[in-house]
Write a protein that binds this ligand. Structure first.
Ligand code: NAD
Length: 451
């Protein structure tokens, strides 16, 4: 594919919110393969790799990682796919820069530890890559988020955060219902990340889940980096799975925006108790003091008057739940009790309908069209869509359905919640990364069945 100039020459406002009409997009593109490079082929990067290898319109031309073990697994996946082995970059923590200098890429996918995302996104943009897909989140500090937004604007390039929960089937059916006005005017939204990660944060350095209570240099996969964030930081460390869908329900950055935020943190017991229970009280990690409260609760006020409640709960025993609640003047959905209630439409007043009946009826057109292609894709199929959207945007030379402003807004909740907690639960102002454009823009996410 052509590089940077196609966007500039075509006059498409990629750093803004313009969308290219879908007609006349594919003339002469039947044989075009999108050239992708992946930075980080750990457990998440390997999921993306598998999905990319399944596609006829993609060529994975380069991969980069610093772990021999992860690279060996990635190579095995590529061999099994029968596709050509990409060029491999490794050897030091900046090998990705060599990849970006040497290989012409239409898009880069980044699936490394959080603290690398900003550097790798900006490095990709500076190397002339037009489309960057970053795993959650795009930075750690507020400054990081501003830097990424400014770099995307400067380079007129697309930065899409690969927030897959936005594509969960029930989440999308509810989006369809919201857009058709079934819940009335939206008043309040809830969501979060409520996932017992104790066996992800600690393992034996060999297995990705549990079998030991090591972390850092002795841990494997996320235990080797993610746990440090629980030692040093107290805030909502993983807001995007909850806030992404909520932002679409509330048209955030498209007629609405987050105005302010206030967070509370409980005491921290779960990780210490886990270490003692699994490793004994004499294990060296039993002395570690964790800063992250077990349950962090965040309230957000929106410009159009809605309130949002987010929860981050990863250190205690509990079954997985994102805890969505979408409530309007006519009714509500709650994912945990699998219930929907719509005034005058539900079977009985004051009683929940089984959500499934409604979700089936309002199944989103994207799922209706592509559900066969989601088979085998991670997280119940939703991972297919996020990669699909990224690749289709590159092919169409258009803006990604979730853009850099969404990415910055959603992931900035982490440093803002840290600030609020550090200030004794003060309400902090939410920055407007769009610079006022939120007032004029319209929703673009998944309006049809294309991507
Ligand atoms: N959206 C989801 O559902 C989902 C699920 C899991 C993980 N994630 C996100 O994906 C990202 C990666 O998580 P993971 O579970 O794959 O972690 P992981 O530890 O398994 O993989 C990270 C990989 O990055 C590599 N790496 C680290 N520094 C590097 C560098 N400087 N250059 C090249 N490679 C480097 C590591 O060697 C490792 O292979 C994180 O942002 C995580 O939050 C998202």
């Amino acid at each position: 594919m052509q590089r940077r100039n196609f966007l500039k020459n075509s006059g498409i406002a990629v750093a803004g919110f313009a969308v290219v009409p879908t007609a006349n997009l594919f003339a002469g593109m039947a044989d075009t393969k999108v050239k992708i490079g992946i930075i980080g082929v750990g457990l998440r990067g390997q999921n993306h790799l598998e999905l990319l290898l399944r596609r006829k319109d993609v060529e994975v031309v380069a991969i980069c990682d610093i772990s021999e073990r992860m690279l060996a697994s990635a190579k095995e996946i590529i061999r099994k796919s029968g596709k050509k082995m990409p060029e491999i970059f490794t050897g030091d923590v900046f090998a990705w820069k060599q990849m970006l200098e040497k290989i012409q890429l239409d898009g880069v996918i980044i699936a490394t530890p959080w603290e690398w995302h900003k550097l790798m996104i900006i490095g990709s943009l500076e190397a002339g890559v037009e489309y960057v897909g970053s795993e959650v989140m795009i930075g750690t500090t507020l400054e990081d988020h501003w830097d990424v937004v400014k770099a995307a604007e400067q380079h007129k390039a697309q930065v899409m955060m690969l927030e897959n929960v936005c594509y969960r089937r029930d989440v999308m059916a509810v989006l369809n219902m919201v857009r058709q006005g079934l819940f009335g005017e939206i008043i309040h939204l809830q969501g979060g990340y409520q996932h017992d990660l104790r066996e992800v944060k600690f393992n034996d350095g060999v297995n990705p889940n549990g079998h030991g209570v090591e972390y850092g240099a002795k841990g494997f996969s996320e235990a080797s980096w993610r746990t440090e964030h629980s030692v040093h930081r107290n805030g909502d460390l993983y807001p995007t799975h909850g806030i992404g869908p909520i932002a679409h329900y509330a048209n955030i950055n498209r007629g609405n925006r987050f105005l302010s935020l206030c967070s509370f943190s409980s005491k921290a017991r779960g990780l210490h108790n886990h270490i003692v229970k699994q490793g004994g009280e004499n294990h060296p990690n039993a002395k570690v003091i964790f800063k992250l409260g077990d349950v962090v609760t965040t309230n957000i006020q929106c410009a159009n008057g809605e309130t949002v409640l987010l929860q981050h709960d990863t250190n205690l025993p509990r079954p997985y739940s994102l805890g969505f609640r979408v409530q309007g003047t006519e009714g509500l959905w709650m994912d945990l009790n699998k219930g929907i209630y719509i005034q005058d439409k539900s079977a009985k007043p004051h009683q929940w309908d089984t959500a499934k009946e409604w979700l089936d009826k309002y199944d989103h057109p994207l799922w209706q069209r592509w559900s066969k292609d989601t088979e085998g894709a991670g997280h119940g199929g939703m991972d297919f869509f996020v990669i699909h959207a990224f690749i289709e945007s590159i092919k169409r030379k258009t803006e990604t359905p979730m853009n850099v402003y969404d990415a910055a807004t959603w992931s900035a909740i982490t440093p803002l919640s840290e600030r609020s907690i550090a200030l004794g639960n003060q309400t902090v102002e939410f920055p407007d990364f769009t610079g006022g454009k939120w007032m004029y823009e319209k929703p673009v996410f998944s309006l049809g069945d294309a991507y």
